[in-house]
Each structure stands twice: as structure tokens, then as C-alpha cells.
Ligand binder design. Structure first.
Ligand SMILES: C[S@@+](CC[C@H](N)C(=O)[O-])C[C@H]1O[C@@H](n2cnc3c(N)ncnc32)[C@H](O)[C@@H]1O
Length: 266
């Protein structure tokens, strides 16, 4: 594992937390996720899809965009305990897992340490400690909302992905966070609208080429249903059916897939 530029080969041994878990936004994301790391997956799965758990539709979208196979170098920003990285590694890609919280990374290392993975402890909203154009693709899922300076993270992702490479960003919306549990809610800095994120991506040289909305409805209808109360029942019905037919698989987050369209600044 690499922390602050130094390679640490053994899993990090982290001192027990000094303070009890406190869900104040003033608390840093690093402290919060370090605290919750050992029970993150359990807590996350209690929250339902769209929050911590990754739906099969989302995973399929990420795979289609990033084409994880042998020889492909991927970066997982805010990799957490490595659920997404595990899927990409299983398909043969090399994955660099980057996270702010050493304990989340330690859980990730326990899970994926035997595979073709690297582990970096860093704050992606300040600087990603990788060279320009050094990866083929990036995934950043369930992370942006915890970053106060998320535009910097986007420009850093644009810098490290090669021209032609893809970046898949999850955008947490009001809808995807509806059932966000009390443990996580106070940590959220920003809920976004996809157009807000894609504008910042465009300014960094990332052109959105595909998107996944957590719905099986035609997108135009979905957009109208989101903004018109009289169509709201459509989403409610979809929720109900999803709960019965595919529990945990419907997620109202938006995934944006962008391609690096011009050379990254050096
Ligand atoms: C909700 S978890 C999601 C983990 C993983 N992406 C997944 O979907 O399973 C959010 C993760 O983002 C990390 N994180 C939050 N802010 C970060 C930052 N500024 N730089 C790097 N990682 C960050 C947290 O430490 C945490 O592990």
C-alpha cells in the first residue's frame, strides 16, 4: 500500500479509533470511513441499492464502459472495501485502488491483495498521485458526494486518464439518497444533478458519451416523471415492482461515462 508517496508492503495496522462514531459533517470523510470500515459492507447493504450496494445493472454498465480485461489499467477512485475493484480484477484488468481512509483500504487489501491490484492512500479531491495519462479507465462510485472540492477530483481524473480512455462517475441525486441511512447522511456534502457534473467534466476535457439512469423506463418519460407530480406514480410502481422482482437491484443514482477527448494538460 502506498501512503503519502511511500510504498508499504504489509497491510496497514491502524490504531483503534480514539473517539466514538459521530455523524457530524464536520468530521472528515477519512475519520468517518475509518470508523465504519469493519462494518461498512454490512451497514451498506442494509441501506438498499443506490447507496452503498452496487446494483447488477450498474456493474454491467461499468464493465461495458471500462472493458476490464488483461492489459487494461484501471483506477478505482474512492475504492472503499473493493467491491467494484473485485469485479474488475476478476476479469483480468490491473486495478489501482485509491482511497482516503486507510482502514477502508486495508479491508480492500484483505479482499483483493492477492490480485493484480495496487493500493494508494490519498485524497483524490486534492491530487491523485499518478502520472498524467497513466490509466486506461477510471471508476468513481458513491464517492463524489463526500467531497467538498469535487471539481478538483474530476480535473485530476481527467489528467491521469489517457486520451480516448473512459471515466465512469456516479452522481448521487436526491432520488438515490432518499433512503440513505442516518449513519451516512450527515457526511454528504453535495447532491448533484447530472448536468452540473457533466459541465464540470466537459471543462476538464471529459465528454459524456453514455449514461445509465436507475430506471427501466424510457429516459424521456423518466425525466418527466421525476419533475411532474402527476407522473410520480410511474416511479413508485417501478420501485414496487423492483422490490418484488429484483430486490436491491434498482438504483436511482446516475452513472455518467465520459471519454477523454483531448490531450490531458502536462
Ligand atoms: C461509500 S464508500 C464507496 C466505496 C466504493 N466506491 C464502493 O462503491 O463500494 C466512499 C469511499 O470514498 C472514500 N473517499 C471519500 N472522500 C475521498 C477522497 N477525497 N479521496 C479519496 N477517497 C475518498 C471513502 O474513504 C470511502 O471509502
Amino acid at each position: 500500500m502506498q501512503e503519502n508517496g511511500q510504498i508499504v508492503r504489509t497491510p496497514l495496522s491502524v490504531a483503534p479509533p480514539r473517539e466514538p462514531l459521530e455523524t457530524s459533517r464536520k468530521r472528515s470523510a477519512r475519520t468517518f470511513f475509518d470508523e465504519i470500515a469493519p462494518r461498512y459492507e454490512r451497514v451498506a447493504h442494509q441501506q438498499g441499492a443506490g447507496l452503498a450496494s452496487i446494483s447488477t445493472y450498474e456493474l454491467a454498465f461499468i464493465r461495458t464502459q471500462l472493458q476490464p480485461h488483461a492489459g487494461v489499467r484501471l483506477l478505482d477512485v474512492g475504492s472503499g472495501t473493493g467491491r467494484i475493484a473485485a469485479d474488475l480484477l476478476a476479469r483480468g484488468a490491473h486495478v489501482t485502488c485509491l482511497d482516503l481512509a486507510p482502514r477502508m483500504l486495508a479491508e480492500n487489501q484483505n479482499r483483493n491483495g492477492e490480485g493484480q491490484a495496487d493500493f494508494i492512500c490519498a485524497d483524490a479531491s486534492k491530487r491523485i498521485p499518478l502520472a498524467d495519462r497513466s490509466v486506461d479507465g477510471i471508476v468513481c462510485c458513491r464517492v463524489l458526494k463526500y467531497m467538498a472540492t469535487w471539481p478538483t477530483a474530476i480535473s485530476e481524473m481527467a489528467r491521469v486518464v489517457r486520451p480516448g480512455g473512459r471515466v465512469v462517475l456516479e452522481v448521487a441525486t436526491r432520488f438515490s439518497c432518499e433512503s440513505l441511512g442516518l449513519a451516512f447522511k450527515p457526511m454528504v456534502y453535495h447532491l448533484h444533478e447530472p448536468h452540473e457534473i457533466s459541465a464540470v467534466m466537459a471543462a476538464s476535457g471529459l465528454t459524456v458519451v453514455d449514461q445509465y439512469y436507475g430506471t427501466r423506463l424510457p429516459f424521456a418519460l423518466y425525466q418527466r416523471a421525476r419533475s411532474h407530480l402527476f407522473l410520480w406514480w410511474l416511479l413508485t410502481f417501478e420501485d414496487l415492482f423492483a422490490r418484488i422482482l429484483a430486490p436491491g437491484q434498482l438504483c436511482r443514482s446516475v452513472l455518467l461515462a465520459a471519454v477523454r477527448t483531448d490531450p490531458a494538460p502536462t
